[in-house]
Structures are given as C-alpha cells and as structure tokens.
Design a protein around this ligand. Structure first.
Ligand code: ATP
Length: 269
C-alpha cells in the first residue's frame, strides 16, 4: 500500500514553470521547503536550527495545491510520497497505525522526501469527541508522534506538506505543527491569463483568440476549472470533423448524432 504511493523525483513530472501564477506561493515554498531539503547545512545555527518540518497549503479545490507539492519534489530532487487523509482512515483501516509508522520510516530511508498529505483534515481534523473512532484517534496520535520524531539531521530530510480545503476543521495540535500556512487562492483576472498561457501553451489557437477575453469571462474559475474548459474546447474540432464526415464513418441515418449542446465552451472567443 505504501510503496505505490512513492514517486521518484524524475517521474513526478511537474516543475514550477508548469504552474501558472502563484508566484508568491512558489517563492515561499522555495525558501521554506526546498532550501532545507537541498542545503541542510545552512540550518545549523540559532533560530534556524529547526527548519520547518511541515507546511500547510490551504484554499479552494482545484487551485494547484497538489501541483505545487509535486513541483517542490521535482525541483528539490526529493521522492514524492502521496497520501490522502481519507485513504488512511478508510483503506488502511485496521492497519492505519502500523502503516503510519511505516510511512515515516520509509520516508526517512528515501530522504530527501516530501510526504504530501492531501485532505489532511480527514486524517488530522479536530478531535471528534466521544463519538470519534478509537482507531482514528490512534492513527492521528501515531502520525503526530512519528512527525515529531523527525530530526533535522542530514539523513532525515523529510518534510510534510499538507493540503486542505477546510483549514478551520484542523485540530489545534496540527495547526501548531504547521506554523507556516500558505493560502493558495482562486486566481484573479491577471493570474487567469497566466494560468491559461501555461495550460494552452501546446494548443493550436483559433485566429483572433484572446487570452484576456477568456480570462475576463471566467471569473471565479479555479486553475482546475480552466484546465477542464480547455480540454472540453479541444474536443470541438474533433467533433466538427466527425459531424462533417458522417457518411465516411457510416453513421446511421436516424441514429443519434453528436451535436453541440450549446454549453460547450469554445476557444474561438
Ligand atoms: P484539490 O483541493 O481538489 O485537491 P488542488 O488544489 O490540489 O485541488 P490540483 O490537483 O493541483 O489542485 O489541480 C488540478 C489540475 O488543475 C491540475 O492538474 C492542473 O491541470 C490544473 N491547475 C490548477 N492550478 C493550476 C495552475 N496554477 N497552473 C496550471 N494548471 C493548474
């Protein structure tokens, strides 16, 4: 269960340049996360003897938190260990405590390593009171203990990057362990242009296509929404081609034909 969660740095496949906008977030991650992983010798004096063991990325869904964590691993040459809070509490059920311990020892063996915990609220959410399952409580305590056990020694260059859409649901004890919290917010107009430029960098765009115009009409869209929109739009030429070649493809006369739903976005804005 654990080994399948490990991606070696050369296979992660996301670099900071593949992520549009979010410059401040990238800068913060470079300083907080990558520097300690790459240059542990800089963190041996005074207030710096305890480099950050964890950073929290929070913000709406689809804003690039997973991409950022992956880019950190790639750029720092660190193994990327991807786990999801809800997987630990459901799929690992019964073995969760043991697997959590194994997770950290694996990460130390594979260091430098980034443990990315998506949906951290479902693993380390506020204590559920008496109704909380005993196993969940134990897993959370084990996670915290193993995390606290990380030393800043060279051999233990392991960092926890946690992500959530629900920061207010986190347990206080978790918040304390994540003193550095970075908001990954929805993109504004200017940032939507930057994200679209990255997402559409390999596309053939219609004549007269305007990034500014598309960014203007996609207010409230996350990076993930923009990506989905672009994928949908990229199908349009294929659909048009198929419609124009029905006979060639032997489509039945009365058969259903793919036709525009009217809501299909188009990049021919
Ligand atoms: P969730 O909270 O739902 O887990 P997330 O914040 O982790 O979402 P990602 O999984 O990183 O979001 O983003 C989903 C997809 O959206 C990415 O694979 C990418 O295609 C696209 N995307 C999101 N943000 C950006 C961005 N800033 N630049 C380029 N692509 C982006």
């Amino acid at each position: 269960a654990l080994l399948s969660a490990v991606i070696p740095p050369e296979e992660v496949g996301v670099r900071f340049d593949d992520i549009g906008a979010l410059e401040n977030v990238k800068d913060a991650l470079r300083e907080l996360v990558m520097l300690p992983l790459q240059r542990p010798e800089l963190f041996t004096k005074g207030n710096l003897t305890k480099p950050t063991k964890g950073v929290l990325l929070f913000g709406p869904p689809g804003t690039g938190k997973t991409l950022l964590a992956k880019a950190v691993a790639t750029e720092a040459g660190a193994n990327f260990i991807n786990i999801t809070g809800s997987t630990i509490t459901s799929k690992w059920f019964g073995d969760a405590e043991k697997l959590t311990k194994a997770l950290f020892s694996l990460a130390r063996k594979l260091s430098p390593a980034v443990i990315f915990v998506d949906e951290v609220d479902s693993l380390l959410g506020a204590r559920g009171g008496s109704s909380e399952h005993e196993a969940t409580r134990k897993t959370r305590n084990e996670f915290m203990a193993a995390w606290d056990g990380l030393k800043s020694k060279d051999s233990e260059r392991v960092l926890v990057l946690a992500a959530t859409n629900r920061p207010y649901d986190l347990d206080d004890a978790v918040i304390r362990r994540l003193p550095r919290r970075i908001l990954v917010d929805l993109p504004n107009l200017e940032n939507r242009v930057k994200i679209l430029r990255v997402i559409l960098s390999q596309e053939e765009l219609a004549e007269g296509f305007s990034f500014d115009e598309l960014a203007r009409i996609t207010h409230g869209y996350s990076g993930s929404d923009l990506k989905n929109l672009s994928v949908t739009a990229a199908y349009r030429p294929i659909r048009e081609y198929l419609e124009g070649n029905k006979q060639l493809l032997g489509t039945n006369e009365g058969g259903s034909t793919a036709h525009s739903t009217g809501v299909t976005p188009t990049l021919r804005a």
